[in-house]
Design a protein around this ligand. Structure first.
Ligand code: CIR
Length: 256
């Protein structure tokens, strides 16, 4: 169960966030703020406390707070984002994490290692880490060494098609993964039940499990129906503005 979440209000530069899909247009700031507010309400409806960090105008992508830290029940790991424009987003996160963790269990990925939280998927005590354009072998090595001290297992998953691991696969607890594209038959996930996503709804692979409920992006009817059929209560949140800059539901929070 999760008790805490941390989010960061989108800054006005969110329109200049990194994107692989410029054809979708730029986020509309007012709409992004409205969608972010609805996201916070959805988290609260799942019974968690939501800490809202102020907008950080220095970093267009800073609302994607998931990427700057990995939070576990025993420790927190400040990452070292591989995207140069995002690298210093981590500078302000230690002070926030100190409200929840002892200094001694706040760890850090060091250069030349890179790692972004969007590449880390927690499945119980096992953490799958995508080796991506943002997360390198040295980052995964350091992450494995750190989490090993706390009794966790780290397994690397090579990525070919997507930005982050959780762009295409998310864990819905109960031994079940929501999978799109290349993750449908990854050998690393052979032991899990799968809810498969049709290619035209691939964006909706990025759902989050929140204390039994699944938060699903609005506008993906097949995914919504399949998650309901699997027995989960659902809440939908419109993320259209974040999608324009490759962001989704998981990217917008730290959950622990
Ligand atoms: C980026 O390219 O870094 C942002 N525009 C999107 C980050 C999405 N974060 C995530 O998947 N955890």
């Amino acid at each position: 169960m999760f008790t805490h979440t941390i989010v960061r209000t989108p800054c006005s530069k969110v329109c200049d966030g990194i994107t692989s899909a410029p054809e979708l247009g730029k986020p509309v700031y007012g709409k992004a703020l409205e969608q972010h507010a609805a996201y916070i309400e959805a988290l609260k409806a799942c019974g968690v406390d939501v800490k809202v960090l102020p907008a950080d105008e220095a970093f267009p992508d800073s609302c994607f707070v998931e990427d700057v830290a990995v939070v576990t029940r025993k420790c927190a790991v400040i990452t070292n984002p591989g995207a140069p424009s995002r690298n210093h987003e981590t500078d302000s996160i230690r002070g926030v994490l100190l409200e929840y963790y002892d200094d001694a269990v706040i760890e850090k990925i060091q250069a030349p290692g890179t790692l972004e939280g969007g590449d880390v998927m927690m499945c119980g005590d096992t953490f799958y880490v995508g080796r991506s354009a943002r997360t390198n072998a040295e980052g995964i090595r350091q992450f494995g060494e750190i989490l090993g001290k706390y009794g966790f297992t780290v397994i690397e998953v090579p990525l070919a098609e997507v930005l982050h691991l959780k762009t295409g696969v998310n864990y819905l607890e109960n031994g079940t993964m929501l999978v799109a594209g290349e993750f449908t038959d990854k050998p690393e996930f052979a032991a899990y039940k799968k809810i498969e996503i049709p290619v035209e709804e691939a964006y909706a692979a990025n759902c989050i499990w929140m204390n039994g409920t699944v938060i699903v992006p609005e506008g993906y009817p097949t995914v919504l129906a399949r998650i309901r059929e699997a027995g989960y209560p659902v809440i939908t949140v419109d993320t259209s503005e974040f999608r324009k800059i490759d962001g989704g539901l998981s990217c917008l929070s730290l959950r622990f």
